[in-house]
Design a protein around this ligand. Structure first.
Ligand SMILES: *[C@@H]1O[C@H](CO)[C@@H](O)[C@H](O)[C@H]1NC(C)=O
Ligand SMILES: *[C@@H]1O[C@H](CO)[C@@H](O)[C@H](O)[C@H]1NC(C)=O
Length: 256
């Protein structure tokens, strides 16, 4: 079930960015292809970047922010992230932003200047949360890397190769020194603070906010059809892809 998603992503990226593999002079990750005229030319996607920039400049409204409070090893979180949130963002990133907060039902205890974390699905989950938190802080390619991890059979053991596939400039050693060090600890504490500040407080994960707001109705709609929800809520010129349906999905990990 998981492996074909990577294939779909690859095919989608190919279709979206020109229908053939990027030029060999293109050494950048897809996230950066449109970052400058030079890279757009080197990567053979100038036309698509110009079109996407044009579309962007004609949309005055604020993008819809989708917040996901989750845990790296919670099955329901993984499925929502992999099968709903990431594909929706791929199609709608002109009108949508995302906020990922890996923490969920974890708890923290102060330990001198630092914190000790305990996670619902054990130490491995804490490590997964920590790696993903560091990625979010360290690279703009964090979402594809996190998607790659969460869609793999082994979330933690896939992390290194996911980083290597999706980011050319980020080194795995740097990610791990964040994850094992003070920076990771401090960033995870911020996730704890953000999660504790949720209003209403979260009762399960995945817990979704839309423009910072959580209601049962928004959660239900996000679970069953995030794509339509974002399209419908967006107040600017809707991109052409709005008008197609989206898969249904629902599964939760409850707090004990
Ligand atoms: C697209 O827009 C960004 C930000 O406005 C700009 O930096 C970039 O050069 C543009 N890309 C192309 C290919 O025009
Ligand atoms: C990364 O974390 C540091 C320390 O909290 C912060 O100063 C910086 O703004 C963060 N960067 C990003 C891109 O979030």
């Amino acid at each position: 079930m998981k492996a074909p998603l990577l294939l779909i992503l690859t095919v989608w990226l190919n279709a979206q960015y020109g229908g053939c593999a990027p030029f060999s002079s293109c050494s950048r990750s897809p996230m950066e292809w449109c970052s400058s005229l030079d890279s757009a030319i080197q990567c053979g996607v100038l036309k698509q970047c110009l079109e996407s920039n044009f579309t962007r400049s004609h949309q005055a409204a604020d993008p819809i922010n989708v917040g996901l409070y989750y845990e790296s090893l919670c099955p329901g979180c993984r499925e929502f992230l992999v099968e709903v949130l990431f594909p929706t963002w791929l199609l709608l990133n002109d009108i949508m932003t995302f906020t990922l907060v890996p923490y969920g039902n974890a708890v923290e205890k102060p330990d001198g200047q630092k914190y000790i974390f305990e996670c619902q699905h054990g130490e491995q989950e804490c490590l997964g949360n920590m790696i993903e938190t560091c990625l979010i802080n360290m690279t703009r390619a964090a979402f594809p890397i996190i998607f790659c991890m969460e869609s793999s059979v082994d979330v933690i053991n896939s992390a290194k190769s996911c980083v290597e596939v999706y980011s050319t400039e980020l080194s795995w050693d740097k990610v791990m020194s964040c994850a094992k060090g003070d920076l990771g600890n401090q960033l995870m504490h911020l996730n704890a603070v953000k999660t504790k500040a949720l209003n209403p407080p979260h009762e399960y994960v995945p817990w979704v906010t839309i423009n910072g707001e959580h209601t049962e109705e928004l959660q239900k709609k996000a679970m069953s059809s995030l794509f339509s929800l974002v399209c419908n809520m967006y107040k600017g010129t809707k991109p052409p892809v709005c008008g197609q349906g989206q898969r249904h999905f629902k599964s939760y990990c409850h707090n004990e």
